[in-house]
Design a protein around this ligand. Structure first.
Ligand code: NAD
Length: 317
């Protein structure tokens, strides 16, 4: 199955090794300008992206004019890919849900603890030589609301339970069985959940329904002094509203791995630099283990899809 794959964002090199064993050449071309990418894409059977590259209809059409048959997203969400246009053009979309679940869940709980213990503030003062010990709170016995009880939300729930938190969840899908199995209480509405929660952790995909789900109105429902954690997608929260909620005392702290614009603009930086914000640059899946798993699964997906296309098959990815 000879073929050529364009890799435009960093992916573990095991991808290239596995593809090579199937006679497929991976060409790594990082930092391509949009025009260069539009010109290059038609020359490849598949393209591999992470979250930075916008795979819109124009890019897919440029690819479809040549040999492009597969778009592989080395990660969970496909919000940077125009899946509808891909399907219209007969281009398969491969993503690897689940490969980074444990990594994201671990980071979520780490951020939660850092926010509760004001660990970043303490660290910054200590670096300046100031011996000052801010008073934090324990997570034990506190109520955590998980918004989006999917793979990551469920894993966060399990870890939080082990820390002694009381866990509730809100989801639009029927997740009753998954909740019962983990001793998690389901809430009927987001508002009901927010009113009771000491910590709110977001694990929904970015969709038209979840865009700015945490906004000035929903923030009014939060318990005063609660903690907000977002390791889902930056656009699930309204950056300005969260900043106001921190200044107004609705939130005692926020922990953010994802941001409305990545890299952040001055708007996001105002929030990121807030003294009670712990922020990381979208490192949820940035572990050796997750990256290796992602690369292996992306390679398997490309081989599967190119094989299927070679046999004349086109279906949903
Ligand atoms: P998943 O599909 O397993 O779970 C998402 C859950 O959200 C589902 O149960 C779904 O029913 C629910 N949901 C969807 N719309 C909703 C809404 N409007 N209200 C309430 N619930 C809703 O996904 P996952 O693997 O758990 O990943 C969750 C999200 O985490 C991803 O979509 C991605 O945006 C994000 N993520 C971030 C990183 C990172 O590096 N920080 C890495 C991987 C994934």
């Amino acid at each position: 199955m000879p073929g050529k794959v364009l890799v435009v964002e960093p992916v573990d090199s095991v991808l290239d090794d596995i593809l090579a064993r199937h006679g497929i050449l991976a060409e790594r071309r990082m930092g391509l300008a949009r025009e260069e990418l539009l010109n290059a894409v038609a020359g490849y059977d598949a393209i591999v992206v992470r979250s930075h590259t916008r795979v819109d209809a124009a890019l897919l059409e440029a690819g479809a004019r040549g040999r492009l048959r597969v778009v592989a997203r080395a990660g969970t969400g496909v919000d940077n890919i125009d899946v509808e246009a891909a399907s219209r053009l007969g281009i398969r979309v491969v993503n690897v849900p689940g490969a980074s679940t444990q990594s994201v869940a671990e980071l979520t709980v780490a951020l939660m603890i850092m926010a509760a213990r004001r660990a970043l503030e303490a660290n910054l003062m200590l670096r300046r030589g100031e011996w000052c010990r801010p008073l934090g709170v324990e997570l034990y016995g506190k109520r955590l609301l998980i918004v989006g009880f999917g793979r990551i939300g469920r894993r966060v729930a399990e870890i939080a339970k082990a820390v002694g938190m009381k866990v509730s969840a809100y989801d639009i899908a029927d997740v009753e069985e998954e909740a019962r199995a983990r001793g998690v209480e389901l809430v009927a509405s987001l508002r009901d959940g927010l009113r009771e929660a000491d910590v709110v952790s977001l694990h929904v995909p970015l969709t038209p329904q979840t865009y700015h789900m945490i906004n000035r109105n929903t923030l009014q429902e939060f318990k005063r002094g609660s903690i907000l954690v977002n390791t889902a997608r930056g656009k699930v929260i309204d950056t300005d509203a969260v900043l106001e909620a921190l200044d107004g005392g609705i939130l005692s702290a926020a922990a953010l791995d994802v941001h409305e614009s990545e890299p952040p603009t001055e708007r996001e930086l105002r929030l990121i630099r807030h003294p009670r914000v712990v922020a990381t640059p979208h490192i949820g899946a940035s572990t050796l283990e997750a990256q290796r798993r992602i690369a292996e699964l992306v390679a398997a997906g490309i081989i599967r899809e190119l094989g299927a296309a070679g046999r004349g098959g086109v279906g949903s990815g």
